[in-house]
Design a protein around this ligand. Structure first.
Ligand code: 1CP
Length: 334
């Protein structure tokens, strides 16, 4: 059994596995090297040789317990024939949505478009560097994908005034998302993903009253589906205020917490395995502070099944040496 499975399935409290969100990314010079030669981000995600190589880069440097496949949550709208591009210093930019296109789309068309993602998972999970480690597949939660598909760019701080105006459009997209997200999860699992993480990066934009319709119910459907595949699922509802309600309703195998929640409240309220929490900015400081902050989380979750991670992705300006220090500290913590 891999360390992540021990925590997620057996609720083992004697180990603290570690992986880091965006561990394969811009803070690594070897990633920037490949990225420079591949300006089209989507094409890079669809090059299974390069995307599997990028996925394995952090595992060559650090003693991490999992590989997360180098891809993006926006591969889903791309697979649904919505245009997706990443503009330098701007972020994702999506094209117009064509509901007719989406309604006509069948599963074969979708799989054909994103097939290299599954091939990359296959390459990574069969690689010797992931022996006794988990290969993590992921998807965006329906709500977060809906945000990008309608907003067509990062919402940053808030949604457009008229975001909810077309109820018919929203419902049709949510129905399509459920269907194709299940397919995307299934294909990742069949190709070697041993854990699935569901990223709901914009859950915090919703008011409490809208959570059931847009977050709880659509995510619960995916969690239940993933469980039928016998693969543990971790949810990351970034920015929500009430993690307790979320866990009781959505019932993931593990919950990833963001850096704005107080871990002392989490340990009181939540009995499922927990992941993450430490502010990524801590890695921009010094070793003493990194040690103290990491120790804070490890101490709080000492008798709780816990996977070490950050409370959001590692920042591009992080020095890889600090990442190395963090991983070693967590591994040596007793
Ligand atoms: O070089 C570059 O400019 C690319 C930067 C980059 C990277 C490294 C993007 C663009 N995506 C990724 C990879 C990625 N995205 C991974 C790979 C695996 C790993 O973690 O190592 C994962 C899991 C994601 C997931 C993702 N993409 C999320 C959820 C997590 C989160 O960060 O909240 C989101 C919201 C996206 C959209 C996206 N893709 C890329 C960017 C810059 C963004 C965020 C845009 C925004 O601010 O709205």
């Amino acid at each position: 059994m891999t360390p992540l499975h021990k925590v997620l399935k057996n609720r083992d409290t004697s180990i603290n596995p570690i992986w880091i969100m965006r561990q394969a990314g811009r803070y690594l010079p070897e990633f920037r090297e490949i990225r420079k030669k591949n300006p089209d981000f989507i094409k890079l995600c669809l090059n299974e040789k390069l995307s599997s190589e990028i996925t394995l880069q952090p595992l060559k440097r650090f003693d991490l317990d999992a590989a997360i496949i180098f891809s993006d949550i926006l591969m889903l709208p791309y697979g649904l024939n919505q245009k997706v591009e990443f503009k330098k210093n701007f972020g994702p930019l999506l094209g117009d949505l064509d509901l007719n296109e989406i309604s006509k789309l069948d599963e074969v068309d979708f799989v054909e478009k994103v097939y290299p993602v599954y091939k990359a998972i296959n390459l990574v999970s069969n690689h010797e560097l992931t022996n006794s480690k988990s290969t993590i597949g992921f998807v965006g939660a329906p709500w977060t994908l809906l945000v990008y598909m309608i907003n067509k760019q990062s919402p940053k701080l808030k949604l457009k005034e008229d975001f909810f105006s077309d109820e018919f459009l929203i419902n049709r997209i949510l129905i399509a998302l459920e269907r194709f997200l299940k397919l995307h999860i299934k294909n990742q699992v069949e190709n070697g993903a041993e854990v699935i993480q569901i990223f709901d990066s914009w859950a915090g934009l919703l008011e409490e009253k809208d959570l059931p319709n847009f977050v709880y119910i659509p995510t619960l459907n995916l969690v239940e589906y993933t469980k039928t595949l016998n693969v543990p699922v971790i949810c990351f509802p970034r920015g929500i205020k009430n993690y307790k309600n979320y866990c009781e309703i959505v019932k993931p195998d593990g919950v990833c917490i963001d850096y704005e929640v107080d871990p002392l409240n989490i340990i009181k309220d939540i009995n499922i395995p927990v992941q993450g929490g430490m502010d990524p900015k801590v890695l921009l400081s010094d070793k003493e502070n990194i040690k103290n902050q990491a120790k804070k989380y490890l101490d709080i979750f000492k008798d709780h099944p816990y996977i070490f991670n950050l409370g959001h992705g590692i920042l591009p300006e992080t020095n890889p040496e600090m990442m190395d220090y963090l991983v070693k500290f967590v591994k040596d913590y007793k």
